[in-house]
Design a protein around this ligand. Structure first.
Ligand SMILES: *[C@@H]1O[C@H](CO)[C@@H](O)[C@H](O)[C@H]1NC(C)=O
Ligand SMILES: *[C@@H]1O[C@H](CO)[C@@H](O)[C@H](O)[C@H]1NC(C)=O
Ligand SMILES: *[C@@H]1O[C@H](CO)[C@@H](O)[C@H](O)[C@H]1NC(C)=O
Ligand SMILES: *[C@@H]1O[C@H](CO)[C@@H](O)[C@H](O)[C@H]1NC(C)=O
Ligand SMILES: *[C@@H]1O[C@H](CO)[C@@H](O)[C@H](O)[C@H]1NC(C)=O
Ligand SMILES: [Cu+2]
Length: 317
């Protein structure tokens, strides 16, 4: 039996990507100043982003790597930042192409680097509070994550009244294309080290803080999500509520940073291809996802065809 998606218009198939790896944070801009993340497993250069060793997703809500990503290592630099700083996170696929996923939320947490500077801080026991969560674009059909797949950044505004000090920023994508099965969600956490200036006093209460692992369960509605492909999507973010002193415009901000191909202030550009288990078929499912999102605008009968095709592809990853 052939699995060729007969019902998919040829015009859609033509622009769909072939294969790409999972991914990592390749670059962070803070108020327009650019910093590079390390390619997973590459020889590290000084960075503010903690290097991971695999572009593949963290699986399982109790996985220790849910903290800062796959075997994350301390980074040697800490960037200066300010209350209400505008950050942009640029994700890349493991093979250097665009980020390959487009279904699921983007969330950002912070934690103080207690008793030390962040380049020395082991975050295993860090107390994380959430400063933003970004889900569906208006219309509840297309996720903001689609913008990252399209090559754009994820924009985050730091809380305007955040108390000064050394903080980790845990910027996370959860890819939900396999989340109709328990344990299928793909977590992509990343940690960036910053030093906040000023004399503001905003801090999170203990009840708004979680550890990672600890903050999520595999059966949270936003992690195990059997209806994630039913449109319009109804989505419940996992984790704690966004803190009350967070910026209110974090998911619509438009800082004026340059893009990765025209940056100036970094130490070195991410250029090599990441290794790890991210290549191969795993992200081919994204191809179906991209088409699915397009089709989600059309009647349900069409969506059902797309869903069947998606399930066939997903079962091979
Ligand atoms: C932090 O501590 C844990 C547990 O002691 C250890 O497994 C991990 O490698 C440490 N992480 C870093 C970045 O040093
Ligand atoms: C930080 O230092 C204080 C004072 O030395 C100590 O009581 C506290 O336990 C330390 N906290 C952590 C998380 O190490
Ligand atoms: C934008 O972020 C706010 C606060 O985090 C959240 O309540 C809101 O749902 C987000 N909007 C969208 C469209 O995701
Ligand atoms: C953090 O920033 C403050 C304010 O700019 C500065 O005084 C302090 O020295 C910085 N701390 C570190 C460890 O870089
Ligand atoms: C993020 O910022 C960039 C650059 O200002 C902007 O082009 C883009 O639309 C923003 N993305 C979102 C989702 O607001
Ligand atoms: Cu992936």
């Amino acid at each position: 039996m052939s699995y060729r998606p007969y019902h998919l218009p040829l015009s859609l198939l033509v622009f769909l990507p072939l294969v790409s790896g999972h991914g990592y944070v390749a670059q962070v801009a803070i108020d327009g100043k650019d910093y590079y993340g390390n390619v997973p497993n590459a020889n590290p250069v000084p960075s503010i982003v903690r290097q991971i060793n695999d572009v593949a997703p963290v699986k399982g809500a109790d996985n220790p790597y849910l903290n800062c990503g796959q075997d994350a290592q301390l980074a040697s630099l800490v960037a200066d930042a300010n209350p209400a700083s505008q950050l942009q996170f640029w994700w890349k696929g493991g093979d250097g192409s665009n980020w390959p996923h487009n279904i699921g939320p983007i969330m950002t947490y912070m934690a103080q680097c207690v008793n030390t500077t962040c380049d020395q801080y082991n975050s295993t026991k860090a107390e994380w509070f959430k400063i933003e969560e970004t889900g569906l674009q208006p219309g509840d059909m297309v996720w903001y994550q689609q913008n990252i797949m399209n090559g754009g950044p994820s924009n985050v505004t730091l809380p305007p009244t955040l108390a000064p000090g050394q903080y980790l920023i845990r910027h996370e994508i959860i890819a939900l294309h396999l989340a109709t099965a328990m344990g299928g969600a793909e977590f992509y956490p990343s940690c960036t080290q910053v030093n906040i200036s000023g004399d503001q006093t905003g801090i999170a209460t203990a009840s708004a803080e979680v550890t990672f692992p600890g903050g999520y369960s595999d059966d949270d509605p936003g992690i195990y999500d059997p209806t994630v492909f039913d449109t319009p999507v109804q989505y419940t973010f996992p984790g704690p509520a966004v803190v009350s002193f967070a910026a209110t415009v974090s998911n619509t901000s438009s800082p004026t940073s340059s893009n990765p191909s025209s940056t100036t202030t970094s130490t070195s550009a991410p250029s090599s291809t990441a290794s790890g288990s991210g290549g191969g078929n795993q992200c081919r499912v994204t191809t179906a996802q991209a088409a699915f999102v397009v089709h989600a605008r059309h009647p349900r009968s069409v969506s059902r065809v797309m869903r069947r095709w998606w399930e066939i592809l997903a079962s091979s990853s």
